[in-house]
Design a protein around this ligand. Structure first.
Ligand code: ADP
Ligand code: TRP
Length: 327
């Protein structure tokens, strides 16, 4: 039997995991653990690239670990760990920094966006962020990387870096392919920007049903529907795009027809979405509660994950150093 293909992905510990992360990435990760050799990590080193509070970081990393495990990442079926516990990532990052043309870093969309938000305070780490991400992936010689659409450019950068390294020092790193989840780009509650932990536009996967409803009730729908009797166009409605994530096909068709024919009001439509969404979120919230009661097990699982990850990463790193001419 040929060895299983290897998958790696990471998530920032920058706040509670939201339904964009879940349907864009984590749900897909859980599915992939059945057929691939999977590595998943909390990217705490990437979190240092923007202004942050060091007193709050430990709790955030911990929350991210619990969220991911509660969302279905089972340490018995995949290797789950914290990025900074595997120092080989940063070591390979330096080696790759020395094959990266500076101009390519300035072209990254995420750098342009985040650096304009940081103002005067932009660190070199933010510019070098994609090199660390490439190191994360290449240090496991991953075949594929499941991410949301916003990370496709960084992944292309990683592929290019692998090609460059291979061209200069000999064929070594596979070029990692992108695997895009079904919620490739979930929009925020205002329908204006992508749902993101750094914005106030999210539905967290651990939120109580009442809290989720309080957010959904005023959320933007098709602007053409000012009154209940106004017909709408599901394609223009952000709530309809959410429905597609959780509502079964047959029910979805009824909702689209009801919106066009003005037989369903926006509030009713939101209520159906809320009910279907909570069918996914209720068990996650319950698992999270259980996990929080067993912190030692969670810590053991993360330590175990880091140990397994390090063994693989060390071997790759040694090979890369040799190819680069280091004694
Ligand atoms: P955020 O942008 O909320 O800080 P991260 O950058 O930590 O999220 O992303 C974690 C994973 O979730 C990545 O694979 C990313 O592509 C995916 N992701 C983030 N936001 C969304 C979204 N709104 N829709 C779909 N996928 C998303
Ligand atoms: N940059 C990714 C994000 O913001 C997180 C990340 C870091 C990652 N390293 C990675 C994703 C390696 C996939 C593979 O979402």
């Amino acid at each position: 039997m040929s060895p299983r293909q290897r998958i790696l992905s990471g998530i920032q510990p920058s706040g509670t995991i939201h339904i964009g992360n879940y349907f864009g990435a984590v749900e897909n990760w859980v599915r992939l653990t059945k057929d691939y050799d999977c590595f998943f990590m909390i990217v705490d080193l990437h979190a240092l690239t923007v202004d942050y509070d060091p007193r709050r970081l430990p709790q955030r990393v911990w929350d991210a670990a619990l969220d991911n495990m509660a969302a279905g990442l089972d340490p018995a079926k995949c290797t789950i760990f914290i990025q900074s516990h595997v120092p080989e990532h940063t070591e390979l990052c330096w080696l790759l920094t020395c094959v990266t043309p500076l101009g390519e870093l300035y072209r990254m969309t995420q750098f342009k966006e985040k650096s304009s938000r940081e103002g005067e305070n932009v660190k070199a780490g933010l510019l070098c962020y994609p090199i660390l991400m490439a190191a994360d992936i290449l240090v496991y010689r991953a075949d594929a990387v499941p991410v949301g659409e916003d990370q496709v450019q960084h992944l292309e950068f990683s592929r290019e870096l692998a090609r460059r390294f291979n061209g200069r020092f000999g064929d070594y790193f596979p070029e990692p392919a992108a695997l895009i989840g079904r919620g490739a780009r979930v929009m925020g509650l205002d329908g204006a920007a992508k749902m993101s932990k750094s914005m106030d536009n999210i539905i967290g996967i651990g939120e109580e049903p009442e809290a989720v409803w309080e957010k959904l009730r005023p959320a933007k729908t098709d602007e053409a529907r000012k009154r209940r009797s106004d017909p709408g166009e599901p394609g223009r409605c952000n709530i309809y795009s959410y429905h597609k994530l959780v509502t079964p096909e047959a029910e979805l068709a009824g909702i689209a027809a009801g919106c066009r024919g003005a037989t369903i009001g926006c509030i009713d439509c939101k209520k159906i979405f809320h009910r279907n969404l909570m069918k996914v979120l209720d068990p996650i919230r319950e698992r999270r509660r259980e996990l929080a009661l067993r912190p030692d097990d969670v810590r053991d699982a993360l330590n175990d994950g880091a140990r397994k990850a390090r063994a693989v990463a060390r071997e790759t790193l040694d090979g890369a150093k040799k190819l680069m001419g280091l004694l």
